[in-house]
Design a protein around this ligand. Structure first.
Ligand code: AHG
Ligand code: MN
Ligand code: MN
Ligand code: MN
Length: 336
């Protein structure tokens, strides 16, 4: 008997079309948008794979709005996503980590704004450590006039689609299409297609791993310090948690999504609002975590209840297994 999974491949494209068919009023625009994102991801995957060989590592020689030294791949991946999204004809506005201002498509009748971090964890790229792309898709309320940046300063729960692509030992796209489930796809380089390999991902309700940059512990507030100490000492009589920290949000969140536990980038005395950017890091990852049965908070509030003050606004992040995030919330309540 043939193993039908080999002759009945569920590609990401097929998965998106099948999901679209569940919504008779769907325009198909999201399918075209996701196709453009897939093209961008395949391009970045190819560049990351050969970066060292074609001198694509190292600095581009300028700084971005974040005050970071841009890597060559930051710039290249950004240009690719901007061009692919523009070419789809389905985007009214884009918000990219690498562009200071919103990218507005003049005269566009499209309805969607795409927020994206074209290359996440780029400080790791020169060492060949996992990096990624993070994206969120929002439907804009204003359909008629040209978009303006403030149109995307909306509550995180408005996000319709969220996903990331991780460029590691294999290339994986993890996405929620807004129907409350999260699926993972692995790129088959021979086919050039993302194949369903992780259907309906669910975050374990509790994990055994914590993921935080302990190098910032000098600057932590009492609530963060007490919570992390509790994990190290073995919370509620359980074994102490293991520490894992890669320094690429995509990789640390992907491991947390599959294995459980908690990933945190808290606010501290150095970064009053934390480091991670709301529109293209915190919101998409929070949506994925929640749709997979996990939680995502700032320490005191649900991330998806936030409204960013500007397009590069930041927020503190604690996300992962529901029970672990609840413990972090309790620590903030008792140390407020
Ligand atoms: P980016 O490379 O897109 O600027 O994002 C880097 C972020 C995120 O990927 C990661 O979780 C965090 O920076 C790591 O920061 P530290 O090196 O300060 O721990
Ligand atoms: Mn950056
Ligand atoms: Mn990032
Ligand atoms: Mn980035």
């Amino acid at each position: 008997m043939t193993d039908h999974t080999q002759t009945n491949l569920v590609t990401l494209t097929r998965h998106v079309f099948e999901t679209q068919r569940l919504h008779p009023d769907a325009s198909g625009d999201l399918s075209l948008l996701l196709n453009a994102i897939q093209i961008g991801c395949k391009f970045v995957e190819a560049c990351v794979r050969k970066a060292r060989l074609v001198h694509l590592v190292g600095l581009a020689g300028n700084q971005n709005v974040q005050g970071e030294d841009q890597k060559k791949l930051d710039v290249l991946s950004n240009e690719m996503f901007v061009n692919a999204l523009k070419a789809s004809g389905k985007v009214k506005m884009m918000i990219s980590e690498e562009d200071e201002d919103a990218i507005i498509i003049q005269g566009s009748q499209a309805r969607y704004c795409v927020t994206f971090d074209p290359l996440d964890g780029s400080s790791n790229i020169d060492a060949g450590v996992n990096v990624g792309t993070i994206f969120g898709i929002f439907q804009l309320k204003n359909h008629t006039q040209d978009a303006v940046a403030k149109d995307i300063l909306v509550k995180g729960s408005e996000i319709k689609v969220a996903g990331y692509c991780m460029y590691g030992s294999s290339c994986n796209i993890v996405v929620t299409l807004g129907s409350g489930r999260v699926d993972g796809f692995t790129l088959d380089p021979a086919l050039g297609e993302f194949i369903l390999t992780h259907p309906d991902i669910r975050v374990p309700s509790r994990g055994k791993i914590y993921s935080i940059n302990e190098g910032n512990s000098l600057y932590w507030d009492d609530a963060t310090r007490a919570y992390i100490e509790s994990l190290k000492n073995g919370p509620d009589g359980r074994k102490p948690y293991s520490a894992r920290y890669i320094g690429s949000m995509v990789a640390d969140v992907h491991r947390t999504l599959l294995y459980g536990g908690i990933f945190a980038y808290p606010a501290d005395k150095k970064s009053r609002k934390g480091k991670l950017r709301i529109l293209y890091e915190s919101f998409p990852m929070a949506k994925i975590m929640e749709d997979a049965g996990g939680k995502a908070i700032t320490g005191t509030k649900r991330i998806l209840d936030l409204v960013p003050e500007s397009i590069h606004d930041r927020c503190p992040v604690f996300m992962g297994s529901a029970d672990d995030v609840e413990d972090a919330l309790t620590s903030f309540k008792t140390h407020d």
